[in-house]
Ligand binder design. Structure first.
Ligand code: NAP
Ligand code: F7E
Length: 383
């Protein structure tokens, strides 16, 4: 008998990687998808199966983390062995604009799922994974951060996630549920949402190199993050639910890097160096040099002549609109517990992650510029 999993947030970055991973393991995967005026299933289209096919292994349900009746009905109907709660308003900066909604979806939403499992008498059958976050550490109280490090959330998002964390622990202790938190540090991929800083950078660099965009505006370049690859992190989510005992785990690489260095490394991936000038809101980076061999290989010879003309021009600027009212300056995780108990360690390091993201965005932008051009001028650049 195949195991049945329910993934909330299946249309998001992690949902897509996890669905693929579980299907490969023989699971029947159910996913909750919000109704929207567009399909919004791009990340899982390769897994989609027509509803008329028998014995499907991917089944989507309309639902929302703010609608407990809907969540309870879906869980009652599918009786899942494992629930992965990945749905959330996941953008820290946006949570300052929509704090009440964020609290509802990211905080109370967790309670709705746990209470549905309890009321449906599934506490012995259904294992529960909560997508907790390194944002809980916020104004860090210890370096590096581990499972015992005190929390100090710094945004409405993190405060909502704090509720989600503790209500998961509480249901585990009160009702003896197999309910666990994965305290995941930042993880990225080519499927990362375009407004998170890593994807914003790799996407913009591809566009700048191909003449589709002049420059990129960013916020705080000095913040440090512990970045891994989402592909590695969904393996950890699954491993957490396969343990005999529920528990909470930090998942991280143990290496921290500034946004500025991520930017430098991403430009270097296409053979470009930057000349940084100024400080604070006046910081800027100009196009310094191009390694033509690398650029031609990674981006394409046809784009070189135009880009070379831009040497000495500004490519990066600061816009304070991207600053946060309260910032998380430093995150670095200690995943020893996960390494020991789950035998988990990441396969991707930061250079491999950046290479994966840059390659994808260059390919994507070539296709976009090809389509915009009516399909003529960049036709030759396709492999
Ligand atoms: P993501 O790409 O933003 O995906 C979030 C998912 O949640 C999307 O499928 C989204 O649906 C769905 N969603 C949002 N609000 C919802 C609602 N009210 N009802 C139902 N679904 C809703 O996020 P991610 O990067 O995959 O992250 C997955 C989870 O891990 C999130 O809970 C996030 O907070 C947490 N987390 C992420 C990281 C990270 O670095 N990526 C680290 C730690 C924790 P739409 O597609 O319709 O928007
Ligand atoms: O910001 C700085 C920004 O939005 C990272 C979510 O998945 O990971 C993510 O949250 C850093 C911050 O991710 C820009 O100020 C500079 O210091 O990519 P981000 P995040 O806030 O770390 C955690 C673990 C989650 O749980 C969340 O769901 O980059 N930064 N300039 C910028 N950030 C953005 N977005 N845009 C900029 O232009």
């Amino acid at each position: 008998m195949s195991k049945v999993a329910l993934i909330t947030g299946i249309t998001g970055q992690d949902g897509a990687y996890l669905a693929e991973y579980l299907i490969k393991k023989g699971y029947i995967v159910h996913g909750i998808k919000r109704r929207s005026s567009l399909f919004n299933t791009e990340r899982i289209d390769h897994l989609y199966q027509d509803p008329h096919i028998e014995n499907r292994n991917l089944i989507l349900h309309y639902g929302d983390m703010t609608d407990s009746l809907n969540l309870t009905r879906i869980i009652g109907e599918i009786q899942p062995d494992e629930v992965y709660n990945l749905a959330a308003m996941s953008h820290v900066k946006v949570s300052f604009d929509s704090p009440e909604y964020t609290a509802n979806a990211d905080g109370i939403g967790v309670l709705r799922l746990l209470e549905a499992i309890r009321l449906l008498n599934l506490t012995k059958k259904t294992r529960f994974y909560q997508a907790s976050t390194s944002e809980l550490y916020g104004l860090v109280q210890e370096i590096p951060q581990k499972e015992t490090t005190p929390f100090y959330p710094r945004s409405p998002y993190a405060v909502a996630k704090l509720y989600g964390y503790w209500i998961t622990v509480n249901y585990r202790e009160a009702y003896d549920m197999h309910a666990s938190n994965g305290i995941l540090f930042n993880h990225e991929s080519p499927l990362r949402g375009e407004t998170f800083v890593t994807r914003k950078i790799t996407r913009a660099i591809a566009r700048i190199a191909m003449g589709m965009q002049q420059k990129i505006f960013l916020g705080n370049l000095s913040a440090k993050r512990d970045w891994g690859h989402a592909k590695d992190y969904v393996r950890a989510m699954h491993a957490i639910l396969q343990q005999d005992e529920p528990s909470d785990y930090v998942i991280a690489t143990g290496i921290t890097t500034t946004i500025r260095d991520f930017l430098i490394m991403s430009f270097a991936e296409i053979g470009v160096t930057l000349d940084f000038q100024g400080e604070g809101v006046n910081e800027t980076a100009l196009l310094n040099n191009i390694d033509e061999k690398v650029f031609n290989k990674k981006v394409g010879e046809a784009f070189l002549a135009n880009f070379k003309q831009r040497i000495g021009e500004q490519l990066v600027g600061i816009d304070p609109v991207y600053f946060r009212p309260t910032e998380v300056e430093l995150l670095i995780g200690d995943a020893t517990k996960a390494q020991t108990r789950l035998n988990w360690k990441p396969e991707y390091d930061l250079p491999a992650l950046i290479e994966d993201m840059m390659q994808y965005d260059i390919k994507l932008m070539k296709r976009e510029s090809y389509l915009k051009d009516g399909g003529y001028s960049v036709l030759n650049y396709f492999e």
